[in-house]
Design a protein around this ligand. Structure first.
Ligand SMILES: Nc1ncnc2c1ncn2[C@@H]1O[C@H](COP(=O)(O)OP(=O)(O)O)[C@@H](O)[C@H]1O
Ligand SMILES: [Mg+2]
Length: 303
């Protein structure tokens, strides 16, 4: 069996002739993982999800689901996937239970399953309440319950915690984890918040401007945050500064009269670098972390 339950190869997509919205994307989602698809707003997360579901027509590349090409097996594959892309469309004047009853009938799912999914999403207590009286978090969970009616093997959630209050976020997070643990559901979840992904996911793919910048386990991602940092130092005399630090640091480079770049192995080397420079009493005007990923992390930690 294929190791990856969702895989894309060199996926390309453009909304128009002038744009390149998804560029050579190679997505590899291991079976049984909680995969966090992380990127700033407008980076191409929703577009990618639509491509995975065949809702948009790709320009080139392949999408493989359950080891089969989406092109040849679309209906069969999609019957094993549930996706929550936008806010779920619900009948507000009906109860949660009635919403599920309608969805179950429409999907030809046994009505017994309704009680099961209500239990899973923790809404049994409010099943006869009208949906218009539900909080946003409860509506999201009801949407999830509807998706779960068909017992999907893959659950795709597009920014499921957007707009939820802190309590709703915690509930959604624990729900995602328990679905994965108890039923082995592979969960693909998009977010623009690094903290969200770190708390929930086993794997992470980082996308920016339609391109994948990093993809690995969350543990490997944490380690990589500390590796190979490029530090830019602004000083009064870059020649002198370079001469002073080059015996102690492997990779140093003079950029111009004022700037020197140094590659460090970890954050812990930053104070060592500064002490080395200060010992020679060379002025430091500015120290900046230059890595692309570092800059990206900052944009991902903003709310
Ligand atoms: N229907 C559309 N028509 C044209 N451009 C779109 C459309 N939807 C999204 N885009 C553009 O595609 C890029 C990726 O958008 P999207 O996939 O929605 O990003 P994300 O979900 O990561 O916020 C953005 O530049 C966005 O403006
Ligand atoms: Mg989106």
């Amino acid at each position: 069996m294929n190791e990856y339950i969702i895989e894309t190869q060199d996926l390309n997509f453009s909304y128009s002739k002038l744009t390149h919205d998804i560029e050579n994307l190679n997505l590899q989602v291991p079976r049984g993982s909680i995969y966090g698809f992380l990127g700033p707003n407008g980076s191409g997360k929703t577009t990618t999800i639509r491509l995975l579901l065949g809702l948009l027509k790709k320009k080139s590349g392949t999408v493989t689901l359950f080891g089969n090409s989406l092109k040849n097996n679309r209906l069969e594959s999609l019957s094993k996937i549930a996706a929550l892309i936008e806010n779920p469309s619900l009948y507000n004047h009906l109860s949660g239970f009635d919403n599920l009853r309608i969805a179950a009938r429409y999907r030809k799912v046994n009505q017994n399953r309704i009680e099961e999914v209500l239990e899973i999403v923790n809404l049994t207590y409010a099943k006869f309440k009208k949906v218009k009286k539900y909080s946003l978090g409860m509506k999201q969970r009801l949407g999830l319950a509807i998706s779960l009616l068909s017992e999907p093997e893959i659950l795709i959630l597009d920014e499921p915690t957007n707009g939820l209050d802190p309590k709703g976020i915690i509930e959604m997070r624990s729900l995602i984890k328990s679905l994965n643990k108890e039923f082995g559901t592979t969960i693909f979840i998009s977010s623009h918040l690094l903290s969200e992904i770190e708390k929930t996911c086993s794997h992470v793919g980082i996308i920016r401007e339609g391109k994948m910048l990093f993809q690995n386990t969350v543990d490997a991602f944490r380690e990589s945050q500390n590796e190979n940092m490029i530090i830019e130092v602004e000083t009064s005399n870059s020649e002198l500064l370079n001469r002073t630090i080059s015996p102690f640091f492997d990779k140093t480079k003079i950029i111009d009269d004022s700037f020197v770049n140094v590659t460090l192995n970890s954050k812990e080397e930053i104070p060592v670098l500064i002490d080395t420079i200060r010992k020679e009493e060379i002025a430091i005007y500015q120290v900046t972390i230059k890595n692309n990923l570092e800059e990206l992390f900052l944009s991902l930690t903003e709310q």
